[in-house]
Design a protein around this ligand. Structure first.
Ligand code: HEC
Ligand code: HEC
Length: 391
């Protein structure tokens, strides 16, 4: 056997080292919590078909088919969102989310012309339980809505309403405004709601929380004739298993901090990246005790920032404007290409193909750190990129 092909096969089949995957649980789960994690993993990967309730309109057939390896998604797995609260989410045109696929006999929704369309790439699902466990007060304390300290950066929380169906025992539930944490604009306060809506909108799967099929409003076809699977198509226990699974997913370990990366880390702070990409936040109490009182290396303040005209989607969401985005956590970048056929898709719509491109697209509140990055020496830029790509 040729040495080259042997080495290649060897690489492909070797088991990843500890901390080298996106689908490992956090440490400290009980035996029961680990068993529930395994069940949730299977449900997260379960591919639906028309017989098991898929559609009538949908975007993809399973959670895992968009959230590749539980990490960042590929461009072809993006979603298009239209409308806002002010226009009823353009529901008559298929909003708030365009389902571009349909089961046989049904009609997919076309992207309507002449309205603002926000293309969203799947973010990673690892680490979301740790994000959920960060106390609201910790995140709110980082906000500086009027830029009182004059550093040109004014992070704002996204205050949103939770779905009325979210049980009171769930973090982020309840009446009144809640801190949004999930989604590209931090427009969702609860992981259960994120999961219920993903089933309903992304896969066309009803649950007891959302028992009525999502449909293409422009098609006069009766749903029952198309999707004959009885509703709800998944029981509450399945939704809870998936919520438990993503909640318990650990972020992958960061790479070793070499001398060059330590220099990059210092530059990350000195040129202002860390003003939004807060290196660590600490969790508070959580009903899953493995998530409680942990240091979380997420490199995000979980706040909204105006990122300028070119990145604006002109589509408000909750209290986020059409120019604001949640600071993307910088983790899993070290392994990202392994799950994306060697490619990288960064920023909310995947328009950046490398970390360097992503930095050079920062504008608005991110402009001064981008300008400072561009002014670094080539060796300094390399050290900064090496550091970020090792997270
Ligand atoms: C069609 C592709 C697609 C499918 C299928 C899908 N998602 Fe997502 N997911 C996305 C996109 C895109 C976003 C970002 C949405 C936004 O910002 O508006 C997202 C966001 C999320 C988030 C928030 C992560 C964060 O950092 O804020 C979680 C959690 C999540 N999805 C879980 C799930 C679960 C659980 C399922 C299955 C029940 C699922 N998704 C199915 C595309 C998908
Ligand atoms: C004003 C706040 C702010 C500053 C300062 C900032 N960023 Fe960002 N960063 C963001 C936001 C918000 C996004 C998401 C933008 C989007 O999706 O359109 C982002 C996205 C990114 C991404 C893409 C991540 C992904 O998974 O898609 C990288 C990489 C990144 N930033 C690195 C940096 C680096 C390095 C610096 C310093 C040179 C920096 N950022 C400075 C707010 C900031």
């Amino acid at each position: 056997m040729a040495v080259g092909s042997f080495a290649c096969a060897d690489l492909l089949t070797s088991a990843p080292g500890e901390g080298d995957t996106f689908d490992a649980p956090v440490e400290g789960l009980t035996a029961g919590e680990r068993a529930a994690f395994v069940r949730g993993d299977a449900e997260f990967g379960r591919r639906f078909s028309p017989a098991s309730g898929l559609g009538p309109v949908f975007n993809n057939v399973s959670c895992a088919s968009c959230h590749s390896g539980d990490g960042r998604g590929r461009l072809e797995n993006s979603l298009s969102r239209i409308g806002s609260a002010a226009d009823g989410f353009l529901s008559e045109l298929g909003g708030p989310q365009i389902q571009d696929r349909a089961i046989p006999g049904a009609q997919p929704e076309p992207v309507p012309a002449g309205v603002a369309v926000s293309v969203r790439l799947p973010p990673p699902v690892f680490g979301v339980g740790l994000i959920e466990a960060i106390p609201e007060a910790t995140i709110v304390a980082l906000a500086d809505p009027d830029d009182a300290n004059g550093d040109g950066i004014s992070g704002r929380p996204n205050w949103v309403f939770a779905g009325a169906y979210v049980p009171a025992s769930e973090p982020g539930a309840g009446t009144g405004l809640k801190l949004g944490r999930f989604g590209r604009k931090a427009q969702t306060s609860s992981l259960l709601e994120q999961t219920v809506e993903a089933y309903h909108q992304d896969i066309g799967i009803t649950s007891e929380f959302r028992p009525t099929e999502n449909r293409n409003p422009m098609s006069g076809l009766p749903i029952d004739a198309l999707d004959a699977a009885p509703d709800p198509e998944v029981p509450t226990s399945t939704v809870q298993a998936v919520v438990h699974y993503i909640r318990a997913l650990a972020p992958p370990a960061a790479g070793a901090l070499t001398a060059a990366r330590a220099e990059g880390e210092a530059l990350f702070t000195s040129i202002g990246c860390a003003l939004c990409h807060t290196p660590t936040l600490t969790t508070g109490a959580h009903k899953l005790s493995a998530l409680a009182h942990k240091s979380v290396p997420l490199y995000s303040d979980m706040l909204l920032h105006d990122m300028g005209d070119a990145l604006a989607d002109n589509r408000p969401d909750g209290s986020a404007t059409g120019r604001e985005w949640r600071t993307t956590p910088l983790w899993g970048l070290r392994l990202m290409r392994q799950f994306l056929h060697g490619q990288a898709f960064l920023m909310h719509d995947g328009r950046a193909r490398s970390v360097e491109e992503a930095i050079l697209q920062h504008a608005g509140e991110g402009l001064s750190s981008r300008t400072a990055f561009a002014a670094l020496s080539a060796a300094q830029r390399a050290a900064l990129l090496d550091f970020v790509e090792s997270r």
